[in-house]
Design a protein around this ligand. Structure first.
Ligand code: CTP
Length: 404
């Protein structure tokens, strides 16, 4: 997919440098032209020879080495580059890049690059959360850098926290998304996708309703991403403040029953249905015609169950249709989500833990775990737009694999 593209892979002095070998190899497998730039500190963790072999180009680390193809190698490379990826990026190198310091081959070359730039920070949580590092990252974002947020997990220093470099496959996805943009996004041409998004509102009386905190961001992002990739998209949405582009059909609904009707009347024609909506499980047993007046003492509202839209879809799924649900949990996320996968007879469930920072309602990021019968894949903290493309990639892949 990356034939004809040149990526400069910058490797700096973090233990995660060993993962950069897998990234270099994955890029080569995509027929990408990869040039590796290393800092001296990175060479303490992994040998430049590893990358010479993997990329079939000599790894660069010495600004004054004149034995290369071009006389001023760093400028020649900067001109050739379609994209720069610094992975892993240490706090020190990020600080240099944020301030235009160019004191080695890597920073000098990157300073001369005009192409899109990505950095994947990898460091101890304290270093990452330090206001100086955060200010440097903010400065880089202002300069147009895309920062690949680190994941949470067990760090090499023994701490558990934010600072882990995302896995090479995820970095590859970000590189592809950045390099291929529109090209890649035409891979869903003609596929019919229905996405649900947002909260439902369950009326109590003409003035009041029951709802939840969903803002619709995740579902809208998926719908737009699928439309950009060429899919024929229908978005069935509860009340939100979000706008949609003209490239998709939008059906506005209010209650879970409305959503059920809107989805089930269109479901037979769909190839893929993604249910990102936060549907109310219950609604008031009766909706008062007039405003309920307050009285002394306690007040009770009796609730009845709403239909489970996804379960209905699972039970009436035509052959070849792919169903992906979302699952929001605050504890035992994987176990509970697996149960939903089975009970609702669906092919994939995208689980997120509301208690994890950066995940859930209202934010522009999400941390998803994609669960199928065969696999469980944990994605790092990513923007909802990046998550959408990865989710669609995984759905397309799994759909082709299972063919059911
Ligand atoms: N869902 C649905 N209809 C409902 C409730 C949920 O289609 N009445 C869908 C959601 O859109 C989501 C998935 O089912 O894709 C899981 O929703 P979630 O609220 O996490 O789980 P529930 O099935 O409601 O289970 P619980 O409330 O016990 O967590």
């Amino acid at each position: 997919m990356l034939e004809g593209k040149t990526v400069l892979l910058g490797i700096t002095g973090s233990i995660a440098a060993y993962k950069a070998a897998a990234l270099a190899s994955a890029l080569k497998k995509e027929r990408c032209n990869v040039h590796v730039l290393m800092t001296r500190n990175a060479m303490e963790f992994i040998s430049p020879r590893t990358f010479d072999t993997l990329t079939e180009h000599r790894t660069l680390f010495d600004t004054f080495d004149r034995s290369f193809e071009y006389n001023v190698e760093h400028i020649a490379l900067a001109k050739q580059a379609d994209l720069v990826m610094i992975a892993p990026a240490t706090a020190n190198v990020l600080a240099k890049l944020a301030n235009g310091i160019a004191d080695d081959m890597l920073t000098t070359t990157v300073l001369a690059c005009r192409c899109p730039k990505l950095a994947a920070p990898a460091m101890n949580t304290g270093m990452y959360e330090n206001p100086a590092t955060q200010a440097n990252l903010e400065r880089l974002r202002v300069f147009g850098w895309e920062i690949v947020e680190p994941a949470e997990g067990l760090l090499a220093c023994g701490d558990v926290g934010l600072g882990k470099m995302p896995e090479p496959e995820q970095l590859l996805e970000r590189i592809k998304a950045c390099l291929l943009g529109g090209e890649r996004r035409r891979d869903m041409e003609g596929i019919r996708v229905l996405v649900t998004a947002g909260p439902t509102q369950e009326a109590i009386d003409p003035v009041r309703y029951i709802t939840n905190y969903s803002t619709g961001k995740m579902g809208y992002s998926i719908a737009e991403a699928a439309a950009k990739r060429g899919a024929v998209v229908t978005l069935v949405t509860g009340k939100t403040s979000l706008k949609t582009s003209a490239s998709l059909e939008r059906i506005d609904v209010v209650s879970a029953q409305d959503m059920f009707d809107a989805v089930t009347s269109r479901s037979a024609q769909q190839d893929i249905i993604i249910k990102a909506a936060a549907v109310a499980d219950y609604r008031p047993a009766e909706v008062a015609n007039d405003k309920l007046k307050k009285k002394d003492g306690e007040m009770f509202i009796s609730l009845v169950r709403n239909p489970d839209i996804l379960q209905y879809l699972g039970e009436h799924r035509p052959k070849g249709q792919y169903l992906c649900g979302f699952s929001m949990e605050t504890k035992d996320m994987v176990e509970n989500s697996r149960k939903k996968l089975e009970k609702k007879k669906i092919q994939m469930i995208a689980a997120n833990n509301l208690k994890e920072s950066g995940a859930g309602f209202g934010v522009d990021t999400n941390v998803l775990t994609l669960i199928t019968k065969e696999r469980k894949q944990e994605l790092p903290l990513l923007s909802k737009d990046a998550v959408s493309d990865i989710l669609l990639d995984e759905i397309l892949k799994h759909r082709a694999e299972i063919d059911e």
